[in-house]
Write a new protein. Structure first.
Lengths: 333, 304
């Protein structure tokens, strides 16, 4: 019943009507051009902010862009392929620990660790996804949760990951002679990553693979009957999502210069999931807004502190009950 | 300790751990049976049950003492209270979502879990609560292994609850309706079964059993905390899968098997107790790969 309550026909119809009326293709072009202009304007604002803002604001915003990358990565798994992953922080951990271990213990250059992080994230994606993607979606959820915990417990008990206290002394990356150490540097790093993530997500969504995901998500059996190898398709989603998180993890480690297993808890996975769900699964701007809401909300409402997650959870429940596809969901064809 | 004593010791530990797992796993499996929902909040219901039991015990302890005479009424009232909480959760969060996409209802369940978890954390300030009970340590020796009466009582009460449930599901009309719903909900509706009522009843029973486990765990370990539900929720799910999800005897068996495996797993050289959670999840993953239907589960035929 609640699905009928959302998307009331009364609000959706005039919008569609307005778009259909006018000068047909010309109108469509214009609206696309508007859309483009808005994006460019937003990007310019994002680029000039560091000249005006203080370090606190930059820190928060850099964090927001960072979560945009993570949420877009998870969005590929959840929004595009329709797989519930509750251990996404594990991939993030793989990337962060790869960079941390390689730079602090083997003296690698930061940039050289990224390909390794990609490789390890891919392997992690295959190891976790391979056996479980054949299963029903709810089994997958709990297995990913289990794997997320295994990763954290392993990071806590292994010697190479520095045990419970984690690793320190991770090298700052150097970009064409410029040492990245200021918060404004990382603001730009994460901005670039976020823009890249948007671009990749967009291209993926409109690719052959993206359509296959959509098909599998909407009707797995029909998709398989049409010759789509659903296990492989899901595995691709899984691996690509893992790689996003892995790369984000590298830069996270570089920014923090110290990481500990407690960053990669179940709560972290839930936060990322929340960003995706809040904004609208499958819709890039929706997910970005979700990620921003995630980071800005606790900063704006600092007073509620410990109650933050409780409020988040209630919000999540209400959104699911009234808008099961998120605040700004993708239009389903 | 001789090998026989170690085996006996781990058998005792495994049985007790297994009893808790079984009771929680039953809730998973029953809910899964009737509405095919993986109830993420179940581990937190177990935790909430422990806390409500704790509160009620301090209430009853004033008049009845904190021995079994006080624990029993506290446990029973807690079971009823949390059972009703389960029904409420079902009514508010899950019933409107039954027709929604599977992903949405899973996320809803996750949200409920987070609400319970964070609410209890906020109420208790994230502190451990000491579950003070005056049960003493009387018991007897079996070889070199000392077994307390408390341990015996816990295992026996679990057995009683399970037998009760087994009879309820097997012999009464409600149980029959429950089994019928797990096969075909729409046909049940046509046959005049009040499906929503039976679903609510299932949540009631599942939550009560989890509460019983929560209170017993509090009594046995002596302290409770707000994150106690997370790991046991995962493990009880593992137990339900081991036994075959949807199967009630399977959940009972699966819990005991997992409890014993875990107890004996700590004896394997090179695997310390810090890895015991990894051990349980490893079993879950291997099982899902090689025998996803579990020990007693039926092979599910997916209809198009």
């Amino acid at each position: 019943m609640s699905r009928k309550r959302d998307n009331p026909a009364g609000t959706a119809a005039p919008e569609v009507f307005a778009r259909r009326s006018g000068f047909g293709p010309f109108q469509a072009l214009q609206s696309r051009r508007n859309w483009f202009a808005i994006n460019i304007a937003l990007l310019i604002i994002a680029i000039v902010i560091p000249f005006k803002a203080n370090n606190y604001v930059l820190e928060v915003l850099a964090n927001a862009w960072f979560y945009v990358v993570l949420c877009l990565g998870l969005n590929i798994v959840i929004g595009y392929a329709g797989l519930l992953d509750l251990g996404y922080a594990a991939f993030f951990a793989v990337g962060a620990y790869t960079t941390a271990i390689l730079t602090s213990q083997f003296g690698f250059n930061f940039w050289l660790t990224i390909p390794f992080a990609v490789i390890f994230a891919t392997i992690a994606g295959i190891v976790i996804g391979g056996p479980t993607l054949r299963l029903r979606s709810d089994y997958l959820a709990i297995v990913t949760l289990g794997f997320g915990e295994i990763t954290r417990i392993a990071a806590r008990n292994l010697k190479i990951t520095g045990g419970a206290s984690g690793l320190i002394g991770i090298d700052r990356p150097n970009l064409f002679g410029l040492d990245l150490y200021q918060i404004s540097h990382y603001y730009y790093v994460f901005l670039v990553l976020a823009v890249l993530a948007c671009f990749v997500s967009y291209r993926l969504q409109h690719s052959r693979l993206g359509r296959a995901w959509q098909y599998v998500r909407e009707d797995e059996d029909a998709a398989e009957a049409m010759g789509i190898n659903r296990v492989m398709i899901k595995l691709y989603a899984y691996i690509i999502g893992a790689v996003f998180a892995g790369i984000a993890g590298c830069f996270f480690a570089a920014k923090m210069t110290a990481i500990s297993p407690e960053t990669f808890t179940f709560n972290q996975s839930v936060l990322i999931l929340l960003g995706v769900v809040l904004g609208g699964m499958g819709k890039i701007p929706g997910v970005m807004i979700g990620a921003f809401a995630l980071v800005l909300f606790p900063e704006v409402f600092r007073d509620i502190g410990a109650m933050r997650m409780l409020v988040f959870a209630v919000v999540m429940l209400i959104i699911m009950l009234y808008r099961p596809h998120g605040i700004w969901p993708e239009k389903r064809q | 300790m001789s090998t026989l004593d170690i085996i006996l010791q781990q058998l005792t530990n495994g049985l007790i751990l297994g009893s808790f797992y079984s009771l929680v796993a039953l809730g998973y499996t029953m809910v899964y049976g009737v509405i095919k929902l993986l109830n993420f909040a179940h581990g937190d219901i177990y935790m909430a049950g422990a806390f409500i039991g704790f509160t009620l015990l301090s209430f009853f302890a004033g008049t009845l003492g904190n021995g079994w005479l006080g624990i029993l009424p506290a446990m029973v009232t807690a079971m009823i209270a949390v059972g009703l909480l389960g029904v409420l959760i079902q009514r508010v969060a899950y019933r409107p979502m039954l027709q929604a996409p599977r992903l949405s209802i899973l996320i809803t369940a996750l949200a409920v879990s987070m609400i319970l978890y964070n609410a209890v954390m906020a109420i208790t300030d994230g502190e451990y609560k000491a579950f003070t009970v005056g049960l003493g340590f009387e018991g007897f020796n079996l070889g070199e292994v000392y077994i307390t009466h408390t341990q015996i009582i816990l295992v026996v009460s679990t057995a009683i609850l399970m037998i009760g449930l087994y009879l309820f599901v097997g012999k009464t009309m409600y149980g029959k309706a429950m089994r019928a719903i797990s096969i075909d909900k729409d046909a049940c509706r046509l046959m005049g079964i009040n499906v929503n009522k039976i679903i609510a009843l299932t949540f009631f029973i599942g939550s009560s059993l989890a509460t019983a486990a929560g209170v017993m765990a509090g009594v046995y370990y002596g302290s409770i905390h707000f994150f106690m539900g997370f790991v046991i929720g995962l493990k009880a799910f593992t137990a339900a899968v081991i036994g075959g999800i949807g199967s009630i005897p399977g959940a009972m068996l699966g819990g005991l098997v997992l409890g014993l495996l875990e107890a004996f797993g700590t004896q394997i050289p090179f695997i310390g107790s810090e890895w015991k959670d990894v051990f349980a999840f490893g079993i879950l993953i291997l099982l899902l790969v090689f025998k996803p239907t579990g020990i007693l589960g039926r092979t599910e035929i997916e209809r198009m």
